[in-house]
Ligand binder design. Structure first.
Ligand code: AMP
Ligand code: GLY
Length: 420
């Protein structure tokens, strides 16, 4: 099987790593890829959001299966173009990708599905939005409706912050994404994510994870794309997971099918859990980054079979074979991230690290310069390890971190603290 993965971050490195281990994979191309991915697969430059270009590339390279990593190509309809060309693809249609691309759409679907989630109001007018905040008081959550690179959510602990967020959003701070605003009830509890494969009809959970969004130790400081993650998430007990599947995921999938927009791909189910009851925070229509890295570490080669089963509508007969294990990933970021940071510093010591089913350093933002590996982004490396328990996995991951010689980088030293 010839496989094309779209994307070029740590998520796609981990997908490529899992896919390459499966004997079914004859050839793997990742577009655009990165310096780490180039060590295990062919990288190609391709505009992943241009459906026509992706179809042409796939045909020219005799690609049998396309796996879409990030949300932007999905929201741009790339999966639809591939399907129309008769190419097998893992990832939802543009219409189904609205579960991530529009927060008011997701709320509407949750209403129809009677899925537990935060109460909300939906506004296209700033004055009405302000009135809603004054009526309901703080804490309250203000969200730009569209895709805003993870920055369009303001959890406001006081009214003034919420009102300022409304002004920013309608003032164009998030471009078109903020032309509509969703205002939600603030939910208390512990957050965790569940990853569910969907084939339009059947669903299959492929694991849970928790990430650390704040840049600072103790979960403090500004939000980032994620400074680390671990799987499984202890807060998602089998009972709570079953509840989330029955009350949230299944009815959502039923509503999507009834609307004529069945969902196929992986559904990232962001949950808030309180007193044993999960409520939906958000859906994403792709794997989380860095959550994917810990899931791939735990699934290994079977990840390809599972994604293929989802794409071919065969999930009913699929099952996950779990080792009773844990995985953790620690993000190494460039000093200054998530604010301004420099690119181009050299990272040494990577070649001496183990690369096996227990230890992997996935590249998120790197570039090769001859034999040298240079930092080329904010989040740069995902140091990932597996173990019999979380402590063992964590010790392995930090032992690798300590062998990496990169003075311009930093890590959080407390990834996994809530679970330990
Ligand atoms: P989202 O992009 O919707 O995942 O929101 C980003 C983060 O904001 C989430 O991971 C939560 O930590 C927080 N958040 C979003 N919505 C709510 C809510 N209704 N109540 C409490 N926290 C929320
Ligand atoms: N780590 C959060 C996300 O991928 O959205």
């Amino acid at each position: 099987m010839n496989i094309l993965i779209l994307g070029g971050g740590g998520r796609e490195h981990s997908l490529a790593w899992a896919v390459m281990q499966n004997p079914k994979c004859d050839k793997l191309i990742v577009a655009p890829g990165n310096a780490g991915i180039a060590q295990i697969a062919e990288c190609a430059s391709l505009n992943a959001e241009d459906g026509g270009a992706v179809v042409t590339f796939a045909e020219e390279n005799a690609i049998d299966f396309v796996i879409v990593g990030p949300e932007a190509p999905l929201a741009a309809g790339v999966a639809d173009r591939l399907r129309a060309a008769g190419i097998l693809v893992f990832g939802p249609s543009e219409a189904a990708a609205r579960l991530e691309a529009s927060k008011s759409f997701t709320k509407e679907v949750c209403d129809a599905a009677q899925a537990p989630t935060a109460g909300y109001g939906h506004f296209t007018d700033a004055e009405a939005a302000r009135a809603h905040v004054r009526e309901n008081g703080a804490p309250i959550v203000v969200k730009a409706d569209g895709l805003a690179a993870g920055k369009g959510v303001i959890v406001a602990m006081d009214e003034d912050t919420a009102l300022a967020a409304i002004d920013d959003m309608f003032g164009g701070a998030f471009g078109g994404a903020g032309a509509e605003v969703v205002i939600e009830e603030f939910m208390e509890g512990e957050e965790a994510s569940l990853f569910v494969l969907c084939d339009g009809e059947d669903i299959l959970s492929i694991g849970s994870a928790q990430d650390h969004k704040r840049v600072g130790e103790g979960d403090t400081g500004p939000n980032t794309g994620g400074m680390g993650a671990y799987s499984p998430a202890p807060v998602l007990s089998p009972e709570i997971e079953a509840r989330a599947m029955e009350q949230i995921v299944k009815p959502t999938m039923r509503v999507m099918a009834e609307r004529g927009t069945p969902y196929q791909g992986v559904l990232y189910v962001g949950l808030m859990i309180k007193d044993g009851q999960p409520r939906l925070v958000e859906y994403n229509v792709r794997f989380g980054d860095p959550e994917c890295q810990v899931l791939m570490m735990r699934l290994g080669a079977q990840a390809l079979d599972l994604m293929q089963a989802a794409a071919e509508g065969r999930l009913k007969e699929a099952q996950v074979n779990w080792a009773d294990d844990h995985a953790i990933t620690v993000v190494m970021a460039a000093a200054g991230y998530p604010g301004d940071y420099a690119k181009g510093s050299e990272i040494k010591g990577l070649a001496a690290l183990p690369e096996d089913s227990m230890n992997m350093v996935f590249h998120a933002g790197t570039k090769a310069d001859g034999d040298r590996i240079l930092a080329n982004g904010g989040r740069v490396l995902n140091v990932t390890a597996r173990g019999q328990n979380l402590q063992e996995a964590r010790d392995r991951a930090y032992a690798m971190v300590d062998q990496i010689d990169w003075p311009e980088g930093f890590v959080r030293r407390d990834i996994g603290w809530r679970a330990l």
